[in-house]
Every structure is written in structure tokens, then in C-alpha cells.
Design a protein around this ligand. Sequence first.
Ligand SMILES: CC(C)(COP(=O)(O)OP(=O)(O)OC[C@H]1O[C@@H](n2cnc3c(N)ncnc32)[C@H](O)[C@@H]1OP(=O)(O)O)[C@@H](O)C(=O)NCCC(=O)NCCS
Length: 223
Amino acid sequence: MIMLTVRNLNHRDIEAAADLQRRVYRNIPAFGRDQFASLLEHFPAGQFAAEDDGRLVGIALSLVILWDDYSLHHTWASVTNDGLFDTHNMAGRTLYGAEVCVDPAARGKGVGHGLYEARRKLCRAMNLKRIIAGGRLPEYHKVATRMAPEEYAKRVIWGDLYDPVLRFQLDQGFDYCGILHGYLPNDIDSVGNAALIVWLNRDYDPHGPTRMPPANLFEEKTP
Ligand SMILES: CC(C)(COP(=O)(O)OP(=O)(O)OC[C@H]1O[C@@H](n2cnc3c(N)ncnc32)[C@H](O)[C@@H]1OP(=O)(O)O)[C@@H](O)C(=O)NCCC(=O)NCCS
């Protein structure tokens, strides 16, 4: 049983958030304090923390980007400017998922769903057109000598292979748009590859402006 709260991330969460990333990834370095601070400076409304009874169990970090600047052949480094996150641009209409992770001990209990629901809520509240991300393929390395990542993704989509990230993202209503080669070179589990995924905001009004989300969209718990 989980007591899930999703709220905006704040500076007091930084140490626990980096510690969480260290527990989740075997070869991808955790963000430095300066990287979390940059995200909180540029776009505090886009950074989420999931808590289970007061304990940080997940994070989801996002930017707004001008998608046409990147399009098909982007990498994590190009879209985040090597993790500086100063590519955040409120003239864009695309919410970009730069990171999501859940404590291994808290998986399969809806924490990832709660974080993705928060992103969808933010996307609608801001009148953004879509959410885009490069999704990891953490089980791909097990079959990489036998098939290309494109074939792997198709087999996950039609249900003969299981990947905990791509399957989760498809179940969250994202469409698969192809493979990004060399997206995150130090992601050895995905052999550097990622799935380009997109969720369209059906409520998007192309004639309306981007709105700043109301301050109470995600009530922050007091410490
Ligand atoms: C991808 C990730 C964020 C998903 O987080 P999660 O908290 O396990 O996600 P959820 O619990 O919402 O959903 C996961 C599964 O649990 C199931 N589930 C959801 N709520 C549930 C509940 N209350 N009880 C039981 N199962 C549940 C879902 O059906 C889902 O199954 P499926 O993916 O086979 O359809 C997590 O696996 C993770 O952190 N991976 C490593 C980091 C990473 O690679 N991140 C992606 C970067 S692109």
C-alpha cells in the first residue's frame, strides 16, 4: 500500500533526488546539485517529486522546448545543452521529459503513473501541444547482438518482448515514433538508444497562448 503524493520538486529535495538516481542507474551519472538548481531556476513548475508517506520515491523533470529546433535527430545532450537545461524556452509548445525515475523498491505501484499524470495535467494547464521524450530501452542490451533496436521496439509493441520503460510509456498513452540512435551514449543497458515517444494534448488550443500554470496546481507540502 502506497501513500502517494505528487508535488513540485524544491531545493530541499536535491540530495534525495540525486541519491534516488544513483540507486536507479548503473552507468548514468546522477545530476549534480547545479543541474537540479538550473531546472528549478528555469522552470520550477515542470519539476515533480513523488512521495510515499513523506519519502521521496520518484522524480520527473521537464522543460519547454522549441521542438522544431531538434526534431528527428536529437540527443539528450543537444536537447538539454549537455545537462545545463538552458534550452528551456517558453516560446515552444512542447513539454520535453528530461528524466523520470522511480525507486526500484516502489515500482509497479502507480508512482510512475502519478508522475506522468502530473505531466499531462501541467501540459493541459499550460496549453502546450504535446509531451515528447526519448524513452530508454533498458532490456535491449540482452538481445542487441541478435536484432536492431527498431526490431526490438516493434517486438515490445506487439507483445513478444517486454521492456519496463517502453511498455510503461505505451500504456501511458504515448505513441512510438522511431529509434533515436546515440541518444544517451552512457546508457549501456539501452546500448545508447532511445524510443522517440509523444503524447498529444487533445485539449490544446493552437489559437490560445501558453499559460503559466496556477501556483496551486500542485500543492507543495510544508516541511
Ligand atoms: C519506467 C518507470 C518510471 C515506471 O515506474 P513505476 O512506478 O513502476 O510505474 P507504474 O507503477 O505506474 O506502472 C508500472 C507497472 O505497474 C503496474 N501498476 C500500476 N499501478 C499499479 C498498482 N497500484 N498495483 C500493481 N501494479 C500497478 C502498471 O500496470 C505497470 O505495468 P506495465 O508497465 O506492465 O503496464 C520505472 O520503471 C523506472 O524508474 N525505471 C528506471 C528509470 C528509467 O529508465 N526511466 C525512464 C527514463 S526514459
